[in-house]
Design a protein around this ligand. Structure first.
Ligand code: F0G
Length: 347
């Protein structure tokens, strides 16, 4: 399967340039449950090449940057953008500079950026501070392409998540639920549904309570949440996201860290391991269910990134224990555990 550029070139409106691709997109849309009249689908964006939805935007941003003669790419990141930028820059043969808030991104995401050869820089403060410095650097150096979602090509590429859902369901879902940090992805999906012309879902943007400027209506100076990917106080695409929610008759909602961990656990017990930021969407879905705000018909939640990039967080709820055994005792041990009822899958 080709990546998203070759599948959707006409919709993306990009010139006839070679695609820098790692085969991103065509991620699974799984049927998860039926809740009253709503059919719940989960889109597993963690199955993209670098483990998050960022690859959809990055393939376009890096392809365009290379064709326009960029000599390097730069981004600020809470981790996933950094990993994606590093991988696609590697594919393109371009150097990548990634700037992260010091000590605030997971080890796995940092390693990903480094193995792909990126230069990893840290700044004191949060993501918002990092984004401010990379914007200034890119502005002063036209040969360095900024590949954050303030780059319109990133949003174009991320629209393809909406196209795929429509292709699969035959129409837009009734509601779309997704986590919101810098607010690029919700804006891209809205744009995508609009462009594809098969209906627009109610857009529900879910934020972590401690980093919920779009719910509160004001910026957060010190955003704080366990969901490090969306620990953002001043979303760059705030206005686009507000428009998406207002025009689609949706809403922004905040969920607690506790609810995020519970959602992560519930998904994992059902076979779907996502990072906390992605579990935020599922926690929001549950709130909408409780409040009886889910429309009848198909409802999709975007699970933006794999759980494998944040190994530490699940330790807060998973019982990390193993039992040693040997060939002679394995069967007896399992038999005893099953009998005790201590081994089971609980949702
Ligand atoms: N989910 C995950 C896993 C993310 O990494 C991000 C953002 C979001 C959701 C929110 O998307 O910013 O478009 O509203 N991560 C960025 C990064 C900020 O640097 O990787 P958004």
């Amino acid at each position: 399967m080709p990546g998203i550029i070759d599948r959707y070139r006409d919709y993306l409106g990009i010139p006839n340039i070679p695609a820098i691709t790692l085969g991103e997109g065509h991620t699974p849309l799984i049927s998860w449950a039926t809740w009253e009249q709503s059919d719940i689908f989960l889109k597993l964006e963690g199955t993209n090449p670098t483990g998050s939805f960022k690859d959809r935007g990055m393939t376009v941003a890096v392809s365009v940057a290379l064709s326009e003669g960029a000599q390097a790419v730069i981004c600020a990141s809470t981790g996933n953008t950094a990993a994606s930028a590093a991988a696609y820059a590697g594919r393109a043969g371009l150097p990548a500079f990634v700037v992260a808030p010091k000590g605030r991104i997971t080890q796995e995401k940092m390693l990903q950026a480094l193995v792909h050869g990126a230069t990893f820089l840290t700044v004191e403060g949060n993501f918002d501070a990092a984004l401010a410095v990379v914007r200034a650097t890119a502005q002063a150096n036209p040969a360095i392409a900024l590949v954050n979602s303030v780059n319109p090509w990133r949003l174009r590429g991320q629209e393809t998540g909406a196209y795929e859902i429509v292709d699969e369901l035959g129409q837009a879902p009734q509601a779309l639920v997704l986590p919101v940090g810098n607010a690029g992805n919700i804006s891209a999906y809205f744009q995508g549904f609009r462009r594809y012309g098969r209906g627009i879902p109610h857009m529900f943007g879910i934020q972590a309570q401690g980093a919920s400027p779009l719910v509160a209506g004001y910026d957060f100076e010190n955003p704080e949440t366990i969901a490090s990917a969306i620990r953002i106080g001043k979303p760059a695409s705030k206005h686009l996201a507000q428009e998406a929610v207002a025009q689609s008759n949706g809403a922004f909602l905040a969920v607690s860290d506790e609810a995020i961990l519970q959602a992560q656990r519930e998904l994992a017990r059902g076979g779907v391991f996502v990072e906390p930021a992605s579990a935020t969407a599922y926690a929001g879905l549950k709130v909408l269910r409780e409040q009886k705000r889910l429309p009848a018909g198909p409802v999709a939640a975007i699970l933006t990134g794999t759980g494998l990039k944040d190994g530490d967080t699940p330790r807060r709820w998973v019982d990390v224990k193993t039992q040693s055994t040997d060939a002679d005792h394995l069967e007896g041990t399992i038999r005893a555990l099953l009998k005790e009822g201590t081994v089971h899958v609980a949702h």
